[in-house]
Design a protein around this ligand. Sequence first.
Ligand code: ACM
Ligand code: ZN
Length: 766
Amino acid sequence: MYRLKNLFALLLLVSTVSCKTEDKSYNEGINITPKPLELVRKDGKFTLKDNTVFVANGEPVRKVAGFFTAKIQKSTGYALQTVQDSPSGNCIELSIVEDLNVNGEGYTVDVSAGGITVKARTPQGIFYGLQTLMQLLPAEIESPSPVKASWTIPAVSVRDEPRFRYRGQHLDVCRHFFDVEYIKKHLDILAMFKINKFHWHLTDDQGWRIESKKYPKLNVTGTLRTEGEGNVYGPYYYTHEQIREIVAYAKERFIEVIPEIELPGHGVAALSAYPEYSCTGGPFEVRNIWGVSNDVFCAGNDATFAFLTDIIEEAIPLFESDCFHIGGDECPKIRWEKCPKCQARIKKEKLKDGHELQSWFIGQIEQTLLKHNKRMIGWDEILEGGLAPSATVMSWRGEEGGVEAANMGHDVIMTPGSWLYLDHYQGDSKVEPVTIGGYTTLEKTYSYEPIPKGLNRDKVQHILGAQANVWSEYIYDPEQAEYMSYPRVIALAEVTWSSKEQKDYGDFERRIANQLVRLDGHSVNYHIPIPEQPGSSSDFVAFVDSAIVELKTTRPLKIVYTTNMEEPGISSKEYTAPLKFTENTSLKTRSVLSSGKMSPVRTIIIEKQTYAPATTANISAWKAEYYKGKYFKISELRDKTPDETENAESQGRLKYRIPGYREINEDEYCSLVLTGYFHVPEDGVYCFSTEADGLWIDGKLLIDNEGTVRKIVRTDKSTALAKGYHPVRIVSLGNIIGGWPSQWDNVSVRWKGADKQKFVKLKIEN
Ligand code: ACM
Ligand code: ZN
């Protein structure tokens, strides 16, 4: 599948060869992203030829030149030489100018018909100047093999420097693992957009991904897990050699790799191998569900600190960054409260509570890092109980932690979830592949302003920059990681590099068309907005007289469609206004980029119905039946007797309590079968959605979620119902499909009338 896609991307590129590149609309104008600080257009253009030379002096700059001549050779076939003395004309001259009027990462680029000069104070600045030059060339410069194009660069004068020194991207390799090849490919793309930090989340409850020679059980026990359905995931980890390889690869691209080793929470993978460093002594298994575990490192046991110090000291020599991330987020204090050792520690150190114990814990680790001249970074929970003196805070639960820490004089990296968590949906959850939840469109990420309101004006310099995070609970493979990362990472690049005054989402959207073709050159599976239907059911639309279907995308794109069962293509009918249907129809639709690349196809079934009659039977109250144990199929419940049955007080308000065994133990599974009646106020088409496994109305299965990865509402469906009562059955199975325990206590059914556009939420209250 992956290979086929690469082949498709290649064919797409090859098909552009015969046309002149300037004719491609995506190559029109200046597309440099992130947008430079100053750019002046001049008359004329420079043409890159097979005898163009780079002029570079000094090994570091020659190395940068070598990086780009190799890149240019791939797409143009030109073997450009790098020389030391400036020949007359047709050259790209790179020079270090120590007093250039830009910061250490900045550069100037001057392009005229006769030649190009790139100046900077550092080789890193030269590298960014040349990335800008690549972006002034047609997008096909990123092709993986030689293509014919008119390799011209418009005459411009650019002066540019980043707004922030921390421009970061994070990747969780614990929930799902990404191999060296993928990480390198990812670093290639980050470098194109001048991102300079790669935050590598290496350890968590669900997997330990960094080799330890001192604690070999980590490599065996900690690196694999048995998933809910019984499959073994792993063993996956990076060897020391592979880590060094990645660090060196990143360095060539001026990207600093910041490792994260999580403590005191998110450590179950380590504790599964060495349970003696927990409060209870275990045993533990590498966690196979997402969320937060109560089992954490014991803060009262000196041996825990010896272990963690060894781990950190083993990791430190593998990385070149001045920073070391120690996690610090989401650490429950439940075990510490019951642990005699932890309680003795609290007493001995005269601490107030678990928060202060956490702060003390992190203070111990800070001492180890300071010994090795490493600056400690932690998630914003490290503020609770007192912030370690030298800590840099990553503000993720919003901006408050960042504001608080910066106002205290600490350095801060902004990564608030609402804007910068790229594991969130980037379109309608009913048409996008399943994610952890949230809703963060490209525009939302782009809108982020890293200097938060409420920050004291004299503390602005403590905001080092911002970072986009990719947590991988629902990101199973590289294809999906790319889908979630791009193009939102490019928005993050502009948020952190470009000046606030330069930001313009409309212009960014225009430039993205060009940038996506560059990503095609690297076979990146980026997100293309899929046509959605605002305020209507998604894949199944019922109607009585006629149905109106409106389509839109999260950013303006051409939408094409067919109604004859054929796959829509570039030249299929273009959607321009809401469509009206009076017959059963299978509507197929997709969006099209200016490059001709298309989104996945969506099929929407449009069905003519008559109002299903209301029941004439006696209406009884709602009934709940509980079945203890793990069930994956609704049919498995058929011959079972419920362990408990309850009747609700009325059909209007549902009030059920969670059985005690579920409250105490999250691993205790239980299924729920709920039966009752909906009152339909008037004849109409009603739209239903639920995260339950099945929803029946009038004895007919309307929504079938069985076997799907749930947590959020995935599907909805409409149906025509006559006024009156209709029998309803809802089944929610207790299992762990997708690594998240299905929680029937959260089951809700939403429904609305087609005209009213209002969801009535039927929630089972605990
Ligand atoms: C986090 O997202 N738990 C830092
Ligand atoms: Zn303890």
